[in-house]
Design a protein around this ligand. Structure first.
Ligand SMILES: C[S@@+](CC[C@H](N)C(=O)[O-])C[C@H]1O[C@@H](n2cnc3c(N)ncnc32)[C@H](O)[C@@H]1O
Length: 275
């Protein structure tokens, strides 16, 4: 397999990881692979990539560490508030007409995006009709997401985002605070299922009404983006919505003609109905 921009030693390590453990990072974006392998090498003090390729086969902890380096979990509550506002204004009204609603957050990291969605759905009165699947490749991020405990230092920014996103009340209505943390209300996670899922190799999640996959595709090359966008296409109901990150797009994908744009800047698309 060729991923232009990746040198032989880098590709050899990724191929060993794929062969022995099934994790396929070979089509991550070259710049990301190089950057993350460089910090991995710097911080783990291995002598060379060939040494890592050799040792990783019999030492799973090196794999765990590599996954950690390839998983960038930066996120926030009501990230890109105008996107959240657009979801509220342009997508929720459709969902309100459905008896059951299935939502998939692919690449949910530590869960802030999922709790934001739960708040939005509560405020719009449809949370009880929703099942939210929140998935990621990174188990420790998923555990943090399940806990729903976040640093209090971010609460001010999250309150601002919440307001900008069209929040009806106060963000502080949705958590209690202890020491340096905020603990999200248990009720928010009643209908959320957190699960490990690898977008590169795992099965599709069927019959979704919304797929949120923001700031994930950006780490993949064109081939992998296309593969994953096709998985999303297959996973969505007709009339279902796909939302990607503000610096991502489906415009160059072969699925693009099968969607209509709901909000160009906010990257919200709707799968066309069967004709
Ligand atoms: C920057 S975070 C995005 C979090 C959130 N969606 C947001 O926009 O704030 C990217 C997430 O993608 C996840 N990820 C990377 N590769 C993945 C894969 N192959 N399958 C599933 N998730 C993956 C990472 O573990 C990380 O948590």
């Amino acid at each position: 397999m060729i991923n232009e921009g990746i040198n032989n030693e880098e590709m050899e390590l990724l191929s060993v990881v794929h062969r022995h453990y099934g994790y396929d990072f070979r089509n991550y974006a070259p710049a990301m692979i190089k950057r993350r392998l460089a910090s991995f090498m710097f911080e783990t003090k291995f002598e060379s990539l060939p040494e890592v390729s050799q040792r990783i086969v019999s030492d799973r902890s090196i794999l765990e560490s590599l996954i950690y380096y390839f998983s960038i979990t930066v996120t926030e509550m009501f990230r890109n508030p105008l996107t959240c506002r657009k979801l509220r204004e342009s997508v929720i009204p459709y969902l309100k007409t459905y008896p059951h609603i299935k939502i998939w957050h692919a690449g949910c990291a530590t869960g802030e995006e999922v709790y934001s969605m739960a708040i939005l759905l509560k405020e719009e009165g449809i949370y009880d009709r929703c099942h939210i699947y929140a998935t990621d490749i990174n188990d420790s991020a998923l555990n943090a997401a399940r806990d729903g405990i976040f640093p209090i230092k971010d609460a001010k920014k999250y309150s601002r985002n919440y307001k900008e996103a069209g929040g009806h009340y106060a963000f502080s209505d949705y958590y209690s605070s202890i020491d340096n943390s905020i603990i999200m209300d248990r009720g928010l996670k009643e209908n959320i299922i957190f699960a490990n899922h690898n977008l590169v190799s795992d099965h599709i999640f069927g019959e979704m009404n919304i797929i949120m996959c923001r700031n994930v595709l950006i780490y993949f090359n064109d081939i992998l983006q296309e593969h994953i966008l096709n998985i999303f296409f297959e996973s969505l109901t007709h009339g279902g919505f796909l939302c990607v990150g503000n610096s991502e797009s489906i415009k160059y994908s072969n699925i693009y003609p099968k969607f209509r744009e709901i909000a160009r800047r906010e990257r919200i698309y709707q799968k066309k109905m069967l004709q």
